[in-house]
Ligand binder design. Structure first.
Ligand code: N01
Length: 592
């Protein structure tokens, strides 16, 4: 940590970014690869292949290219934007503070020139921002769209990855950067007869590019997580009727989205250095939970009346401040959490007029242990005449027919089914990619019963493969763009270290993976998170190993990975360049 209380990402360099997109201070590091290139029909060779042109992949391209590396990005979508391209369902918007927090932080110019218009940006606005980012930094020339990576294999002899794409390309790269998204493998539930349904069927996570009309239609929505809760009020405004099929009731807090005043943006821009430092500020060593800055007061120092007054105030303010401005004990103490749950259930009873519907909407898990949700009139939507709620815990779905959804008590005729059923989160997109590491070992095989990894960034037996927002990173519980920047920079500095030391391959030891797993779990076990079934634990996907996959350190995670680099890449094994190079580096060095 530097004296200003912010985290440094690496011991080897600090980042200085110029507007042209070159990363100053790194030029000296760029040497052409000395590795033997693979034989065969591979036609293109790069220093790094990046999979995914979303928030993380585009930043990886920008940063690595700025180091002078040759980089190629592949993405199956027709446009850049990743998650923000696919999740274009009605009501989709950033469910945290967007401006300036949901944006890249590395370029002052970018911060100055992009005018966010709302406190929680809509999906079209975020997508426009990402398109602008691609243009502003001339990224498109190195991004190949509508090109899905179908196969990725590591060859130990050449120390390179070979990648095959849906368009018939075969390319090789020294490094494989998987920026495949933590929430990008849609979960389509296996409902008997779903393929027989003759109406329209759309998943919120892969929403059609063409406008979808609900007008005059009977719409069924399965799923009441963030996506369903954002979409349902919007669909209900247009549809003839909406039937919501709810398996787990959810707590949600008003989003209180609002237009941003120009002076708010000016204030951020004028104080950008401080704002950015604040985003990375180190939690105090004695923090109840590092990811929870809290409000500076302990719940136990206040009376029940004072606590209730705080909950009311936070509800009135809305936003994720309901979590982050709450007592630091919120996510670790049952008693305080139960009190907050009671408060929120009281709000549901106040808002929903029909007591029977209100009862069906009552959540019973610990608040915040599923991803906290923000809404714009979700509970109020159940006061509309054209909305019906089906409680699947009492009336489960038995199957689908040509005309609708059949539950235990009868059939619900619909014209359109919206699956707001979430994702095979955090690990699903890596498993779908299923890279093959040393000796052809497949990631699916490796992760059959546990998602072993090191720092959330690397996996043993998969040399030179890096993940961004992988399992064991703070992921969606931090700021995704800033997290992507910091993880990418750690990865880039590791590559730089290898180039400087003549090292050709890097991977973690299995012992380091086990230790990392213990570290992530030790933090989680201090909290109520593991006690709830959620996508954090994999419980939303039938048959998925239960594994709590989020690092709850917030900014402390980035300090931790910087420490690993500073201490000589503890836990990593480096192999000298197969083309001949120095024999030692930091960390342990394997003989080629
Ligand atoms: O997915 P979810 P999501 N039968 O998994 C239900 C981010 N996000 O797309 O809780 C019936 O939260 C499932 O029920 P249960 C955000 O991080 C961000 O809504 O498993 N129901 C649940 O109700 C979020 O957390 C934004 O019992 C089934 C729902 O479907 C994450 O994405 C916007 C079922 C899925 O909820 C995922 O959110 C939206 C079945 N077979 C999302 N299978 C932003 O604004 C699943 N369900 C940035």
């Amino acid at each position: 940590m530097n004296e200003g209380g912010t985290w440094r990402v690496s011991a080897t360099m600090t980042r200085v970014e110029s507007d042209e997109g070159r990363v100053e201070g790194l030029e000296h590091s760029v040497t052409s690869t000395t590795h033997p290139l693979p034989q065969g029909d591979t036609t293109e060779h790069y220093d790094a292949v990046v999979i995914g042109a979303g928030v993380s992949g585009m930043y990886a391209l920008h940063h690595l290219r700025g180091m002078g590396l040759s980089v190629r990005v592949y993405d199956g979508a027709p446009r850049v934007g990743g998650t923000w391209w696919h999740n274009r369902y009605p009501g989709a918007r950033v469910d945290g503070p967007s401006a300036p927090l949901y944006g890249y932080t590395f370029s002052d110019e970018l911060v100055k020139e992009w005018d966010w218009t709302e406190s929680q940006s809509s999906q079209p606005d975020v997508l426009s921002y990402l398109e602008h980012f691609a243009d502003r930094f001339d990224l498109r020339r190195d991004i190949q769209l509508e090109t899905r990576v179908q196969d990725a294999r590591y060859d130990e002899a050449t120390q390179r990855w070979t990648v095959e794409t849906s368009t018939g390309l075969r390319v090789s790269a020294e490094f494989l950067i998987c920026a495949v998204g933590a929430l990008s493998a849609p979960n389509r539930p296996e409902i008997p007869g779903i393929d027989d349904f003759e109406g329209e069927c759309h998943h919120t996570g892969s929403w059609p590019q063409e406008p979808v009309s609900f007008s005059g239609k009977r719409v069924g929505v399965i799923g009441t997580g963030s996506s369903g809760i954002q979409a349902i009020p919007e669909i209900a405004k247009e549809a003839a009727h909406v039937t919501v099929f709810q398996r787990t009731p959810q707590y949600t807090v008003p989003a209180r989205n609002r237009p941003l005043a120009p002076e708010e943006l000016t204030a951020v821009r004028e104080n950008w250095e401080d704002v950015r430092a604040g985003m990375m500020a180190a939690p105090p060593p004695d923090a109840v939970l590092p990811m929870m800055p809290g409000n500076g007061r302990s719940a136990f120092d206040e009376t029940p009346e004072q606590r209730h007054a705080l909950y009311e105030k936070l509800w009135a303010q809305g936003t994720l401040g309901f979590v982050y401005g709450n007592y630091p004990e919120l996510l670790v103490n049952e008693e305080i959490n139960r009190e907050v749950c009671d408060f929120l259930r009281g709000k549901i009873r106040e808002i929903v007029r029909d007591p029977e519907t209100a009862e069906k909407l009552m959540p019973d898990h610990f608040y915040g242990t599923k991803r906290p949700i923000l809404d714009d009139g979700y509970y109020e939507t159940y006061n509309r005449d054209n909305v019906t709620l089906v409680d699947l815990r009492k009336d489960p779905i038995e199957g689908m027919t040509r005309e609708g959804v059949r539950t235990a008590t009868g059939e619900h005729a619909i014209d359109m089914l919206v699956l707001a059923t979430g994702f095979d989160a955090i690990t699903g997109s890596m498993l779908r990619l299923d890279p093959k590491g040393r000796g052809g070992v497949s990631l699916r095989e490796k992760w059959k019963s546990h998602f072993h990894n090191y720092l959330g960034l690397m996996v043993s037996d998969f040399p030179n493969l890096f993940m961004i927002h992988g399992p064991g990173t703070p992921g969606v519980l931090y700021l995704m763009p800033l997290g992507a920047e910091l993880e990418t920079e750690w990865i880039a500095n590791c590559m730089l270290h290898m180039r400087e030391q003549g090292l050709g391959a890097v991977e973690p030891t299995h012992a380091a993976e086990l230790a990392w797993d213990r570290e992530v779990n030790a933090l989680a076990d201090r909290t109520l998170f593991p006690r709830t079934d959620s996508w954090y634990t994999g419980a939303n996907i039938p048959g998925k190993p239960r594994h709590f996959s989020v690092h709850l350190g917030g900014p402390a995670y980035f300090h931790r990975i910087a420490e690993v680099a500073d201490e000589g890449y503890e836990g990593l094994v480096f192999t000298p360049n197969a083309g001949g190079g120095a024999e030692t580096g930091s960390g342990r060095t394997r003989r080629a």
